[in-house]
Design a protein around this ligand. Structure first.
Ligand SMILES: NC(=O)c1ccc[n+]([C@@H]2O[C@H](COP(=O)([O-])OP(=O)(O)OC[C@H]3O[C@@H](n4cnc5c(N)ncnc54)[C@H](O)[C@@H]3O)[C@@H](O)[C@H]2O)c1
Ligand SMILES: O=P(O)(O)OC[C@H](O)CO
Length: 335
């Protein structure tokens, strides 16, 4: 039995808390919002973000960040934009060597920092782990078999997360390639948005398969330039998460894309869903593609659609008539 502090009580935080409790751990679930804590305590259910999943009485719901102080494992389950502010609240709370596992998939908002870098800046005393992979909260909370990756520069910390969280419904692999695992999780959300747009436009399976495949190619191309291992993108946090996010109706990124493909304006489509990380990730990925001089045609077209009001039909047409190239040629336009 381990003491686990889950920070962030949206759909993913609630799901992980419920799963960990089911497998005998002592779990606390924290929210920065007192009103969210009140609702969760009253209903023992997150009616808005994870309806139908009961939170057992054994999960301690709290607004006190100090509950994280003596946890064996601290899990950050807030959206990307809130990772820095939440980590900074922990600065005086966590002891040296504490293990902090991040669940958010994205970048620092309006910038290019990976979230593990943000956490390390705010919490230099802790060991940072990233958990990523094909894992919808709606399924994990119900015990549907799921697999994820635990990645860290500190193998002992990655293995501790594996030891604590792994159970017969939730299989955890370790991977030392934190850069690749983190980038796969953040960048697949852009492709899922694009896949949703194609679905909303009524296009077919061929188009979606092409987007997913060529999307993964450009994710890997950027990732390798940033120091990731190619093989990681063929794993759970790469193609695995890309598949689940581009094809599942649980995905908020895909659902926002579907609305956009049906003609709903970008801001309205994104605003209708709780957390659409792909919107912000597109902005960050565009900056990264320029910084690392990597050709990312799907990201570029997504950026034009999301931030410059480009017609998705025109974006798709432009992708189809790009200059001829070889499928395996990765650097044909790189400087
Ligand atoms: N939902 C999933 O299935 C799933 C799976 C894997 C990864 N993720 C990732 O986990 C992260 C969280 O996603 P989610 O689905 O739980 O989002 P959500 O929209 O369901 O939950 C948002 C929650 O975050 C917390 N929060 C919001 N603003 C905050 C702030 N300013 N400071 C502190 N806490 C704040 C609140 O508890 C809020 O309920 C995202 O990066 C997402 O990509 C989600
Ligand atoms: O609902 P989404 O689109 O944020 O996807 C959730 C997870 O990342 C799937 O693994």
């Amino acid at each position: 039995m381990a003491r686990i502090a889950v920070l962030g009580s949206g759909s993913w935080g609630t799901a992980i808390a419920v799963m960990a409790d089911r497998h005998g751990h002592q779990v606390s679930l924290w929210s920065v919002f007192p009103e969210e804590v009140d609702c969760l305590r009253r209903d023992r259910e997150h009616k808005k973000l994870l309806p139908g999943v009961m939170i057992p009485d054994s999960v301690r719901i709290t607004n006190d960040i100090h509950t994280a102080a003596d946890a064996d494992l601290v899990i950050l389950a807030v959206p990307s934009f809130a990772v820095r502010s939440t980590a900074s609240m922990l600065r005086k709370v966590l002891p040296d060597g504490a293990v902090v596992a991040n669940l958010a998939k994205g970048f620092e908002q309006d910038g290019t920092k990976r979230l593990s870098q943000v956490i390390a800046e705010e919490l230099p005393q802790v060991r940072v782990v990233v958990i990523s992979g094909p894992s919808h909260a709606e399924e994990v909370s119900r015990g549907i078999p799921t697999t994820v990756v635990s990645a860290s520069h500190d193998q002992e910390a990655a293995t501790l997360v594996q030891d604590i969280l792994m159970n017969p419904d939730f299989r955890v692999y370790v991977n030392p390639d934190i850069v690749g695992v983190e980038l796969g999780g953040a960048l697949k959300n852009i492709v899922a948005l694009a896949a949703g747009i194609c679905d909303g436009m009524g296009l077919g399976d061929n188009t979606k398969a092409a987007l997913m495949t060529r999307g993964l190619t450009e994710i890997a191309r950027l990732g390798v330039k940033m120091g990731a291992q190619t093989e990681t993108f063929a794993g759970l946090s790469g193609i695995g998460d890309l598949i689940v996010t581009c094809t599942s109706m649980h995905s908020r990124n895909r659902r926002a894309g579907i609305l956009m493909g049906q003609g709903v304006p970008t801001k309205e489509a994104v605003g209708r869903l709780s957390t659409v990380e792909g919107y912000h990730a597109t902005y960050s990925a565009k900056l990264l593609s320029e910084q690392y001089q990597v050709v990312m045609p799907i990201t570029e077209e997504c950026y034009q659609v999301l931030f410059n009001n480009k017609d998705p039909q025109k974006a798709l047409a432009d992708l189809m008539v790009r200059p001829k190239c070889s499928e395996t040629e990765h650097t044909w336009l790189d400087k």
